[in-house]
Design a binder for this molecule. Sequence first.
Ligand SMILES: Nc1ncnc2c1ncn2[C@@H]1O[C@H](COP(=O)(O)OP(=O)(O)OP(=O)(O)O)[C@@H](O)[C@H]1O
Length: 251
Amino acid sequence: MLEIRNLHARIAEDGTEIIKGLDLTVKAGEVAAIMGPNGSGKSTLSYILAGRDDYEVTEGEILYNGESILEMDPAERAAAGIFLAFQYPMEIPGVATMQFLKVAMNEQRKARGEAELTTPDFIRLVKEAAGSLDISMDMLKRPLNVGFSGGEKKRAEILQMKLLAPKLCVLDETDSGLDIDALKIVADGVNSLRAPDRATIVITHYQRLLDYIEPDTVHVLSKGRIIKTGDKSLALELEAKGYADIINEAA
Ligand SMILES: Nc1ncnc2c1ncn2[C@@H]1O[C@H](COP(=O)(O)OP(=O)(O)OP(=O)(O)O)[C@@H](O)[C@H]1O
């Protein structure tokens, strides 16, 4: 599904290299957790996957279903099924959440050559998905993320993900700022999308989330590279011991 080989990437503006020879494979059906110290490049990796143009790939390859995505713009990547749930979701004043969702869903359908959703079909899908995430229809009338609490923003990201049903889901610290109930709601939302033809990357600092979203693999990102890969026991080990041993071992 996703194969990243020897990826090097830098900040376009000043040339600082952030990703320094990163290798990562995530298979279809797999949930991969990425953990790592602050500033190691986790969000940068997620932005690069989504195609944000503040970063330049200088070496290496990102293959999605066997094909390079490096030449694809963010909209093409989204239409191909790549989705990023942001660590800090953006506020979009003046655009009602409902409207945003409708445009996002229909744009992707158009790009795939499918017919636009009818309004009744759209409303039915949104109601179903919003209900499962404890999001009220009143909230959906408000401009996207404007004045939403931290937890509401994260739930709105999962709502978008459920409605767009991407094939590669990247969740950047979706657990940060969530209360215990919201954490379970979000985890249920992510788990409901588990499927043999879908891969999920969960970036997190805390093992706690992985009690709810059980990962198949856990990868440690440090200074722009994956320095260790293991199963879910690796997350427990990190929680108990921190990163120092693994970073020293890799060095
Ligand atoms: N546009 C930018 N301009 C300057 N520095 C940047 C930019 N984008 C990323 N960086 C730097 O790149 C490094 C990696 O940042 P990134 O946000 O990817 O880390 P992270 O692993 O997600 O950290 P955290 O766990 O704190 O969220 C940091 O040192 C950050 O300051």
